[in-house]
Design a protein around this ligand. Structure first.
Ligand SMILES: Cc1ncc(COP(=O)(O)O)c(C=O)c1O
Length: 483
């Protein structure tokens, strides 16, 4: 943690990069920005030589964990390896030098990419139309629920509640509330999935939507899905699929074929854009024809006559805009690149390998850790640290100890219905050697819990910082070193 800030490395006159001379005439700058907004003095930027910059950021990059260092089995997050070719395409000047206010005829390539990406996502999910505007899974959920609200308002039905199972991600009930509905939780059965009988108990014609994650956050496929979607439709309601776990489904089955009316994708997970740390994401939403009139504006469309790509703003029933401009374009370029690279056979292979990897890890780890739902899983599974808790070691301690081995910890304490939950998602991009290394680490920690629990309780020992007050780090963030 003694690494200096880039400003502290600064020394007058050093140059790592020289900005090109401004080629915009001063007169134009005055006119466009206004004289009062022009800088009088140079900005106070650090002055550092190129090698110092490179060393500084390399040093910082290895202090934290990232997917380019080692396995990142963070359940529910699909931290797969992000192919570098995605970065090459996203950095093409034809994409990066665009301005969102440019007229449509001058950005045909970008519009074509968005149009085709939306079509591919519609095909993958069995939906009729896709918007790329939402910028996270959570915003996708909010978008879908607003579409449902617009639909029921238009047909004059007052439906107040949205159902979701107790295994749902926290963003589900939060989005329900934000969209102006009442959240109603339904209990999963002892197999970890939603039972038609439990749905029957709460279903009536005041229910607007059933939100389901499939496979769910226990990594289990909702086996009753056809019956469940049919039941909701029978009462005039809609069914939303939280598609954050699409990595297990692609090329195998589709939300539309299971009876869902809408879903969101997490482009930043499933389709390999880097994510984490609140970075830009992509929460595209797909809908069946019924909900298409309400999609956010603008919709990327094609002119009837000449086939030119255009922005369609003329949508009287639209819920409006959800984001400035058109969403996170860079994430779309990465997703598009990835889809073209994988092809349809590749997408199925992704899902199959992700499922195989998860089942391999599950079968090996259940020797030393409790497995509450001992069945074939999809792309992830949830262990319980109850056995280790009896030795006075909590799952948070195990997670901290894993960091000592240069591996990111799995998700802990989620889903809430498993006590001492450790949620593990290896993804398809890890080799057997990397999975085996993770198993060895987990077995060593299980031994330590029995023989030297203090070692685990006091972890981490090898990381640049020890246990931080994570709540304060988020809520009272202070990035100013001089304070
Ligand atoms: C099942 C599930 N739903 C929704 C979300 C929310 O997605 P985002 O983090 O992009 O808002 C997540 C994120 O982890 C998730 O795992």
């Amino acid at each position: 943690m003694n690494t200096p800030l880039i400003f502290e490395l600064s020394s007058r006159g050093r140059k790592g990069y020289s900005l090109p001379k401004c080629d915009v005439p001063a007169r134009l700058l005055d006119q466009t920005l206004g004289a009062a907004n022009l800088r009088e003095k140079d900005a106070s930027l650090p002055e550092v030589a190129e090698n110092e910059i490179v060393r500084h950021y390399i040093r910082l990059s290895v202090m934290n964990h990232h997917i380019d260092k080692a396995i990142y089995p963070l359940g529910s997050c699909t931290m797969k390896y992000n192919p570098k070719v995605n970065e090459v395409t996203a950095a093409l000047p034809g994409f990066t030098q665009l301005h969102p206010f440019q007229p449509a005829h001058s950005v045909q390539g970008a519009l074509q990419l968005m149009y085709e990406l939306a079509r591919m996502l519609a095909e993958i999910s069995g939906m009729d139309k896709v918007t790329l505007q939402p910028t996270s899974g959570a915003q996708g959920e909010y978008c879908g629920l607003k579409l449902a609200k617009a639909h029921f308002d238009r047909i004059g039905q007052k439906r107040e509640s949205v159902l979701f199972p107790d295994s749902a991600h926290g963003t589900n009930p939060a989005s329900v509330t934000m969209a102006g509905f009442q959240p109603v939780q339904v209990k999963s059965n002892d197999r970890g999935i939603l039972d038609p009988a439990a749905l029957e108990d709460v279903l009536d014609d005041r229910i607007a939507v059933l939100m389901l994650t499939n496979p769910n956050t226990l990594g289990l496929f909702e086996r009753e899905i056809l019956r469940l979607t049919e039941m909701v439709h029978g009462k005039g309601g809609l069914v939303y699929m939280d598609g954050a776990n699409l990595n297990a489904l692609m090329g195998i089955t589709r939300a539309g074929d299971m009876g869902f009316d809408m879903l969101h994708f997490n482009l930043h997970k499933t389709l390999s854009a880097p994510h984490g740390g609140g970075g830009p994401g992509g929460g595209a939403v797909g809908v069946k024809r019924l909900l298409e009139p309400y999609l956010p504006v603008p919709v990327i469309a094609r002119e009837k006559g000449n086939g030119e790509y255009c922005f369609d703003w003329d949508r009287p029933y639209s819920i409006g805009r959800l984001h400035t401009f058109y969403g996170n374009f860079g994430v779309m370029v990465r997703a598009y690149t990835y889809l073209l690279m994988m092809g349809s056979a590749g997408l199925r292979q992704i899902a199959e390998v992700a499922i195989t990897n998860a089942n391999y890890l599950k079968e090996r780890l259940k020797e030393r850790y409790d497995l509450p739902y001992d069945t074939v899983c999809q792309h992830e599974f949830v262990l319980s640290g109850d056995r280790q808790k009896k030795q006075g070691v909590r799952v948070v301690d195990i997670a901290k100890r894993i960091l000592d081995f240069g591996i990111h910890a799995p998700t802990t304490y989620f889903p809430l219905i498993v006590s001492e939950a450790l949620m593990i998602e290896p993804t398809e991009t890890e080799s057997k050697a990397s999975l085996d290394q993770f198993v060895e680490v987990m077995f060593q920690i299980a031994d330590e819990v029995e023989k030297n629990p203090d070692l685990v309780r006091s972890a981490p020992h090898n990381t640049p910082v020890g246990r931080l007050n994570e709540a304060a780090a988020a809520r009272e963030l202070n990035v100013n070193f001089s304070d």
